[in-house]
Design a protein around this ligand. Structure first.
Ligand SMILES: CC(C)(COP(=O)(O)OP(=O)(O)OC[C@H]1O[C@@H](n2cnc3c(N)ncnc32)[C@H](O)[C@@H]1OP(=O)(O)O)[C@@H](O)C(=O)NCCC(=O)NCCS
Length: 396
C-alpha cells in the first residue's frame, strides 16, 4: 500500500491522540484533556503519514517568533514527533519533515526549533544543539547569603501589571539569542491568565515604581526540608532586581528546603549567588535548523561598522538548502542566492544552524567538520554572528 502524508483534520483526532499516548504515555493527572471542538488549537499544524487508512506517523508545527540578534525571527516549533512502534526505523520521518517545514516556510518561518528526546533523530534534517532548557536546584541556605539591596521594593503583581511583566521579559529576551517572544496564541493573552497560573508573580520596583524584575513562583506542597518552591522565571533588568528577588525567595527558608528554577545557559541570575550551589536536576536540550537561508539572514540582519561581503555555500541538506549565497553587511544587511563568484567557506546544514544562532564559532565548526573551504572569512563571520548568549525559557 502506498504511503501518503497530509495535514491531519479533526476526523483524525482519535487516531492522533492514540498515537501520541502510545509514544509519550498518558498525560499527568490534572492535564486538561484536548477537546475535539478546538483541535488542534490555533497556531498548531499537524501532519500525518498514512499506510492506506492507518495513521503510522505524526508531527506538529507550531507558530512562534524567537529573539535572535535583537530581532523577532519567525520560527516553526516542532513537537509531538511520533512513528507507530512497529514501523520505526523505516525512514518515515522524511516525508513528514518535508510537509511540516514546507508549510512553515510558506507562512514565512525561516528557522525551525525543537526539543529532541534524542538529538540523533534530527541531525539528518540539519538540526543541531544550540541551548538547553534546564531545571536547577538551589538550597535556601544559598539564598540567605545574598546581600540586601536598597532602592527596590517588592509587591505582588496583579492582572493590571501584565504589561510591566512583559516589558521586563522583552528587555531580557531581546538581549539574548533564542528566547521565544511570548506573543501570540500559545501564550497568556491577559494579566488574569498570567497571575492565575502561579501562586504568585512578584515584582521588583525601582524608586520610580517601574518594574525592574519579577519572579513567577509556585509554593508547592507541605513544609520542611523536602518542600520546594518552583520558580518559572526569575528575570531582571537591573542588578537590584535580581538580588531582591533572590532574597524574597530566601524568605521561605523556614518552611522549604530549596527552590527549583527553570533556566538556561549561563543565567545572569547566578551572578548574584555567593555560593556555588546550582545543581542541574533536569535538562531539555534545544535544537535549531535554518530552514530558509536568505530569509534567516535577512531576519537576523547582522550589523558591521565596515562594509563586508561574505560568500558561502551550504552542502548536504536533505530539504533544499544546498547552494551558493552571499551575505552583505554594512550600511544595510542582505543575503542572496548567487551562482558563480568567489568560492567561500562551505557549511553543513548543522554547521549553518550553529553559526547562524551564534552557538559555535567558526573554529569549533572546523574542528567538528561542519565548516570547510577557505578560512579567509572566518573572523568576519565570527564578528557578525557571535555575541549574544543562547537561552530558551519555554518548553514545547
Ligand atoms: C523518534 C522516532 C520518531 C524515530 O522514528 P524512526 O522511524 O525510528 O526514525 P527514522 O528511521 O526515520 O530515522 C530518522 C533518524 O533518527 C535516528 N534515530 C532513530 N531513533 C533514534 C534514537 N533513539 N536515538 C538517536 N537517533 C535515532 C535514525 O538513526 C535516523 O538518523 P540517521 O539517518 O542520521 O541515521 C520514533 O522512534 C518514535 O516515535 N519514538 C517515540 C517518540 C519520540 O521519542 N519522539 C521524538 C520526540 S522529540
Amino acid at each position: 500500500m502506498a504511503l501518503t502524508t497530509r495535514p491531519l483534520t479533526v476526523d483524525d483526532f482519535d487516531e492522533t491522540l492514540r498515537l501520541g499516548r502510545e509514544a509519550f504515555g498518558t498525560p499527568p493527572p490534572g492535564t486538561p484533556a484536548p477537546s475535539r471542538d478546538d483541535w488542534p488549537g490555533a497556531g498548531r499544524h499537524n501532519f500525518g503519514t498514512f499506510d492506506g487508512d492507518q495513521l503510522v506517523g505524526r508531527i506538529m508545527g507550531r507558530d512562534y517568533h524567537s529573539w535572535y540578534g535583537g530581532r523577532e525571527v519567525p520560527t516553526s516549533g516542532i513537537a509531538g514527533v511520533t512513528i507507530v512502534g512497529e514501523r520505526r526505523g523505516e525512514g518515515l520521518l522524511d516525508d513528514m519533515f518535508h510537509a511540516v517545514l514546507e508549510h512553515g516556510r510558506a507562512a514565512g518561518q525561516v528557522v525551525s526549533t525543537l526539543f529532541p528526546t534524542a538529538p540523533g533523530i534530527y541531525r539528518r534534517y540539519g538540526y543541531e544543539l544550540i541551548s538547553s532548557y534546564d531545571t536547577v536546584e538551589v538550597p535556601m541556605a544559598a539564598l540567605a547569603q545574598v546581600r540586601p539591596v536598597e532602592g527596590v521594593t517588592l509587591r505582588r503583581a496583579e492582572a493590571a501589571d501584565f504589561d510591566a511583566v512583559r516589558q521586563v521579559y522583552d528587555v531580557w529576551a531581546a538581549a539574548q539569542n533564542g528566547p521565544l517572544t511570548r506573543r501570540g496564541v500559545s501564550f497568556p493573552a491577559t494579566g488574569e491568565d498570567l497571575v492565575s497560573a502561579f501562586t504568585g508573580v512578584t515584582l521588583a520596583l525601582d524608586e520610580s515604581g517601574d518594574a525592574v524584575g519579577y519572579a513567577l513562583w509556585d509554593r508547592g506542597a507541605g513544609y520542611g526540608a523536602s518542600a520546594t518552591i518552583e520558580v518559572g522565571d526569575l528575570l531582571a533588568t537591573d542588578p537590584r532586581g535580581y538580588a531582591a528577588l533572590w532574597r524574597f525567595l530566601g524568605g521561605f527558608a523556614t518552611v522549604t528546603g530549596q527552590i527549583r528554577l527553570e533556566t538556561s545557559g549561563a543565567d545572569p541570575a547566578r551572578l548574584f549567588l555567593p555560593s556555588a550551589a546550582w545543581k542541574v536536576v533536569g535538562q531539555h536540550p534545544y535544537m535549531l535548523r535554518v530552514d530558509d537561508v536568505v530569509g534567516a539572514f535577512e531576519a537576523l540582519s547582522p550589523t558591521s561598522p565596515a562594509e563586508v561581503s561574505v560568500p558561502f555555500s551550504v552542502a548536504g541538506d536533505l530539504l533544499g538548502l544546498d547552494g551558493d549565497y552571499r551575505l552583505t553587511v554594512g550600511s544595510g544587511s542582505s543575503c542572496e542566492r548567487v551562482s558563480g563568484g568567489p568560492a567561500g567557506p562551505v557549511f553543513s546544514p548543522r554547521g549553518l544552524a550553529l553559526a547562524w544562532s551564534g552557538a559555535q564559532n567558526t573554529a569549533n565548526l572546523r574542528l567538528t567538520g561542519h565548516l570547510t573551504g577557505p578560512t579567509s572569512y572566518d573572523s568576519t563571520l565570527d564578528l557578525l554572528l557571535a555575541g549574544r548568549p543562547l537561552h530558551i525559557r519555554d518548553y514545547f
